[in-house]
Design a protein around this ligand. Structure first.
Ligand SMILES: [Zn+2]
Length: 358
């Protein structure tokens, strides 16, 4: 203890592992009025083997625990739920775990010399501390945020759906998303030696969390009624084409477009379509078991690690797309990819740019 009667953190850290220091630090400092120290069995005054055995069994995996329900009902992607589940079960491949399994000689964190446990990555390391301090504001963060044992820390935060004043996102959604991004940043530094700044990590987490929070009700644009495009008409397809309905054609277009965007490494995609049926089927809760394989494939693509949203736009709102369909230059089965917009749509593109800048 220090001369002022508080814990001597530096000394404690030099004597005990960080995890133990944190447990000590979360306790009140002893004072001269306290009772004399004595050994005590945690659960009852008297120790017994049979009680110890039953306590060990109690702490075993309980598939019906309400804790898991907290995780699986989180408003985040399934990938993040799985990540949180693994974190809670201490099953992530940290350096500490790799060291324990004999896969590395060094159990240390990449940022500092501490042992790299999952708790250290998510909140003990200075890197994580910076992120949380930025989120809360350095003065508003409570000491228990860093001292609670990890399981209660995760569960308490995952149960809280209040939102921070500036984020408008349920806290548990944002919290889980930040944890996941801290883990991703850790992997990035290990595998590519690139370090994301705390500010950029928070920016990404907020964007994703907002997306997750919003995705309960799929967004739709409030469409202004527009006059139908009179020049649109159905034409017979080239001889060897399979004739399909507009709905299926639209689904193919969405699927191909998403695959292309994925290959290009895009992170934030907004799919705009005239087809409200496509939007409602793709964004439905049951999309993963939709009888149409196309819907299932699009849904599965949307579940990858990126942000994809689907909105309906009014007919004729995308005149460039309309004109592209009439170019009549598609005689193959294959998708045709333009690296530059064709000359025939340049004027329409210019008009779109004009309307955005004015
Ligand atoms: Zn560290």
């Amino acid at each position: 203890m220090t001369t002022t009667g508080s814990w001597n953190l530096t000394l404690l850290l030099s004597l005990f592992p960080e995890q133990v220091t944190r447990r000590i630090f979360s306790q009140r400092c002893p004072s001269s009025n306290d009772i004399i120290d004595f050994c005590r069995w945690r659960w009852s005054p008297q120790f017994s083997i049979s009680e110890a055995y039953s306590k060990i069994l109690e702490e075993e995996w309980d598939a019906h625990s309400n804790d898991w329900h907290v995780i699986w009902s989180l408003l985040v992607s399934q990938r993040i739920r799985v990540f949180i589940w693994l974190a809670l079960r201490q099953k992530l491949m940290t350096n500490m775990e790799r060291h324990r399994q004999g896969l590395t000689e060094n159990p240390s964190c990449t940022h500092c010399d501490s042992v790299e446990s999952i708790d250290h990555i998510l909140r003990g390391c200075l890197y994580a501390r910076n992120v949380w301090s930025l989120i809360f504001g350095a003065n508003q963060i409570t000491i228990t945020f860093f001292t609670d044992d990890m399981k209660s820390w995760l569960l308490t935060n995952l149960r809280s759906n209040a939102s921070l004043p500036y984020s408008m996102v349920p806290w548990n959604t944002l919290f889980a998303t930040i944890c996941w991004h801290i883990w991703k940043a850790r992997n990035e530094i290990v595998f590519t030696s690139t370090c994301q700044t705390s500010a950029s990590l928070i920016h990404h987490s907020l964007t994703w969390a907002k997306h997750f929070a919003k995705s309960v009700d799929p967004p739709t644009l409030h469409s202004q009624p527009t006059s139908p495009v009179s020049t649109l008409q159905w034409r017979t397809p080239p001889q060897h084409w399979s004739i399909t309905d507009a709905f299926t054609a639209e689904l193919w277009a969405i699927l191909d477009g998403l695959n292309l965007a994925w290959q290009l490494g895009l992170e934030f995609i907004q799919v705009q379509t005239y087809c409200s049926k496509a939007v409602s089927e793709i964004t439905s809760r049951d999309a993963y078991r939709n009888p149409l394989a196309l819907i299932r494939s699009i849904h599965a693509l949307g579940q990858r690690v990126w942000v994809v949203e689907f909105i309906r736009i009014p007919h004729g709102a995308n005149q460039v797309a309309d004109r592209m369909t009439k170019l009549n230059s598609f005689s193959q089965f294959d998708m045709v990819l333009f690296t530059n917009p064709p000359a025939q749509v340049q004027d329409l593109l210019a008009k779109d740019v004009d309307s955005l800048t004015n």
